[in-house]
Write a protein that binds this ligand. Sequence first.
Ligand code: NDP
Length: 299
Amino acid sequence: MPNPDVVHTVDDLRSWPPAGVHLAVLGMPVAHSISPAMHNAALAEMTRRDSQFADWRYYKFEVDSRHLREALDAFYRTGFRGLNLTVPHKVEALDCIDDVAEDARAMGAVNTLLRTDRGWKGYNTDGFGLGRALGEAFGVKLAGQTVLLIGAGGAARAAAVYCLEQNCAQLTIVNRSADRLEELGNRLRQLGYGDRLRTYTADQPFDVAPRSVVVQATSLGLKERDSLPFEPARIPADAVVMDMIYNPAQTAFLKALGERGVATANGLAMLVWQGVRALEIWCGAEIPVECMRKAAQKV
Ligand code: NDP
C-alpha cells in the first residue's frame, strides 16, 4: 500500500494499486494537513470493530488549482471512494463535479466529495463542524442566537449559510474589505436571508449584542505578529467566542478575551467534527470521534 505519511502527486496515480478503499485530501500546500492523521486513526479503530475497514486508507495529495478538473477525473478513474478539498480548491471544485448537496451549493464551496455512479457529489461539512463545536464548547444551539461573524472568506461563507439555515435570530457579518463583504451579503440576500442579516465593513460602527455567539473566521492570528481581527473590548463579557484557528491553539484574540472573562474556544473541535461528518458520508458507519480528536491534538 502507498505510504499515507508522505505528500503524493497526481502522477503517483499512474501506478496506484487497485486494491483497497482510498480516500485523500487535495490541497496546495497540503503537507501540514492534520486530516490524514485523524482519518487513519479513526479507520484503524473502526477496523478493530469491523474488518471491512482494514484496507481503507487516507492520503494527502498536492494538487495545483490549474489542473484541478483533470486531477478530479484521475482520482475518479483510479477508483477513490472520497476526497476532502482544502485551500485553494473548495470553490473552484463546484464547477468540476457532477452533483452538489443543496447546502453546499448555497455555501458556494465544497470540502468533501463522494464517489457516485454518475461522478463526484460535493458536500460541505464545515458548517456542521462549526455547529457541533459550538455545542460542545459552550452548550449553545444556533437556533434563536444572535451571531457575530468576523470575516467573509470561504470559511465565513460556509458558517454564514449554516447559521442562517439553523435559524439563528440575527447574523451580523463584519469584514475588512467591502467587496468580499458585499459579495457574501448579496449571496445571502438572494437566498432569502436578508431580514436577519446585517453587514459592516471593519471601519463602520455597530454594537455587539449581549450574549452574542461570536465566530472569528479571518486568517488573522495564524502568525504571531498579526493584528487583532476585532477589538476585544467591544465584545460583551457574556458572549461566547470561537476562533476557527486551531494552530496556534490560542490566538492573541482569544487570549485577550479570556483575560476579560469571556468564554472562548479554538477551531480544533470544528476541524474534528467536519472530518467526522466527511467520514460518515464516505462509509455510513459510526465514527470514533474521540479517537479522531486525540489524533488531531497530537499533530
Ligand atoms: P480566506 O482567505 O477565504 O478568507 C480570509 C479572511 O480573512 C477574509 O475575511 C479576509 O478579509 C480576512 N483577512 C485576511 N487578512 C486580513 C487582514 N490583514 N486584516 C483583516 N482581515 C484579513 O480564508 P478561509 O476563509 O479559508 O480561512 C479563514 C480562517 O479559518 C483560516 O485561519 C483557516 O485556517 C480557518 N479555518 C478553520 C477551519 C476549521 O475547521 N477549524 C475550517 C476552515 C478554515 P478580506 O476579505 O478583507 O481579504
